[in-house]
Design a protein around this ligand. Structure first.
Ligand code: FAD
Length: 473
């Protein structure tokens, strides 16, 4: 029996559900990765950092498979058409892959499965990127959870060592087969993308990069709860892009956090559960991609303010914490979670702009862009989502800044115009008296923007906007 394993957002050769099952159940196993034109051609930029990240991960995966007697068949084309054609050329009995929960991927996989079935070949897919998927965690009434805390409790109550046990891929690696015809990984140039320097981003790539980051975080996990909200501190794991592309194994991460215990690890495990919560929401409610999770809130009347949106994107709103956050995103493709909440709240509640516009901008910029988490995060901040921030609770960008970047260390890093501003003024530099501005050689409104909105007035407008459609809160 022969099989083909299709790698997608699972770019590793260890603890891999589809690879394990293919190797266990077949005599000969091929591996394929498709640079999918349906995805690549839709990207707005030819310098997309994620293509660089994936490219590096594919190179490392190919080398690892080669070292074990296999190797990747690499295709540049449309996965939906290429996969069935390749399966036919190889004469495999089945194609193995891991579940994907995004609506477009579900449609693509259904089309591939149908084409394979027409050829008399099987499609086998497996849970891999989450511990619990789809409807494995339901309320006692058998419905999906709409609130996180009871979901987390049910998730933890259901967890057994089996759920986090690694798939023992290595036991069966002798069944790997090399590509019948050499298909080297194309260069980024050949794919139509220019190289971006991932080293500058301090984001190590591939399985080795994921392991380096996780090893570093294991030493810091006990402090996670205390430090995770402070963007100037090294408090979080920075593993999100690796989780997105599967260069780390969720079972190994969750297992470590679960066994390690303590407040830091428990808090971190809860973040991994948030990830699954939003995947579950997307699976049950795919319409959230375009609509508010709370349908009544689709009636919200957002403002159309192109200059406001452009200032937000560019990090030129005049609110230093928001601007530092957006500049971090634009420069590195990463934004700290606390800042994602502040920046998203600012766009929706201070500028009154539709969350979908911000969501789309993040989707273009984030190295770790994940439809479920991004949509969930945006709808949380906009108060339109599942277990979201209540609409009458509106972040004040100045007090958030004072609380989470008290000395302005993060702001100074990304907004160099304000580097010399004393900490007591850095959160609201427009309050700097003119003499002090002159002494610093800084003119607010010229060297750095004056605030584009008044927070108190914006807050009142937002409350009025929501009151129309959600009078009960
Ligand atoms: P850590 O704090 O180390 O957390 C570990 C992992 O848990 C993360 O890597 C991530 O996989 C998961 N996680 C943590 N917080 C959340 C959360 N709130 N929701 C879902 N998963 C979470 N995360 C993405 O992975 N992709 C996105 O596109 C994304 N967009 C977001 C948009 C907004 C508006 C908001 C408020 C949050 C978004 N998040 C997103 C969640 C979170 O901000 C990032 O996962 C986190 O900042 C990544 O950094 P880290 O790996 O160091 O996280």
């Amino acid at each position: 029996r022969k099989a083909l394993v299709w790698f997608r957002r699972d770019l590793r050769h260890f603890d891999h559900a589809a690879l394990y099952h293919a190797l266990r159940d077949n005599d000969a196993v091929y591996a394929v990765f498709v640079f999918d034109r349906d995805i690549l051609d839709a990207l707005p930029s030819r310098t997309d950092r994620r293509v660089g990240f994936i490219h590096a991960a594919v190179l490392e995966l190919d080398a690892a498979l080669r070292a074990r007697g296999g190797g990747l068949i690499v295709i540049d084309g449309r996965a939906e058409a290429e996969l069935p054609a390749l399966a036919a050329r190889l004469g495999v009995d089945a194609v193995y892959a891991n579940h994907d929960y995004e609506p477009q991927a579900i449609a693509r996989d259904a089309a591939v499965a149908e084409a394979l079935a027409a050829q008399g070949r099987a499609w086998r897919s497996f849970k891999d990127q989450v511990i619990f998927e789809r409807d494995e965690i339901l309320t006692q009434a058998g419905t999906p959870y709409g609130v996180f805390t009871p979901y987390r409790c049910a998730w933890l109550a259901a967890l057994t060592p089996d759920h986090v046990a690694s798939f023992p891929v290595a036991e069966h690696l002798a069944r790997l087969r090399p590509p019948p015809v050499a298909t080297p990984v194309p260069s980024l140039d050949a794919l139509g993308f220019s190289a971006c320097n991932l080293a500058d981003l301090e984001l190590p790539t591939g399985m080795s990069g994921g392991e380096t980051l996780f090893a570093d975080f294991r030493d810091r996990i006990d402090a996670y709860r205390q430090l995770r909200d402070f963007p100037a501190r090294k408090g979080v794991s920075y593993l999100s892009a690796h989780l997105r592309f599967g260069t780390v194994s969720i079972r190994q991460l969750a297992s470590y956090a679960w066994c390690h215990g303590g407040q830091g690890a428990e808090t971190w495990l809860a973040e991994l559960i948030w990830r699954e919560f939003y995947q579950m929401v997307l699976w049950h409610r795919p319409e959230v991609v375009a609509h508010c999770y709370r349908p009544a809130l689709d009636a919200l009347q957002w403002d159309d303010w192109p200059e406001g949106f452009a200032a937000w994107c560019a990090g030129r709103t005049g609110y230093p914490i928001v601007d530092a956050a957006m500049r971090q995103l634009n420069q590195t493709g990463y934004m700290h979670n606390r800042l994602r909440m502040i920046a998203a709240s600012f766009l929706t509640k201070d500028l009154g702009i539709d969350w979908r516009r911000g969501e789309r901008y993040f989707a273009q910029q984030l190295n770790d862009y994940d439809l479920a988490a991004n949509n969930g995060g945006w709808q949380w901040a906009a108060s339109t989502g599942c277990d979201a921030q209540p609409w009458f609770r509106i972040f004040n960008p100045v007090t958030q800044s004072q609380k989470f970047d008290a000395e302005g260390r993060f702001i100074r890093r990304y907004v160099p115009e304000l580097a010399a501003v004393p900490a007591r003024f850095i959160h609201a530099p427009w309050t700097l008296p003119p003499v002090e501005q002159a002494a610093l050689g800084l003119r607010i409104g010229a060297d750095y923007p004056a605030p584009i909105v008044d927070h108190a007035a914006a807050r009142a407008r937002t409350l009025a906007r929501f009151r129309v459609v959600a009078p009960a809160g």
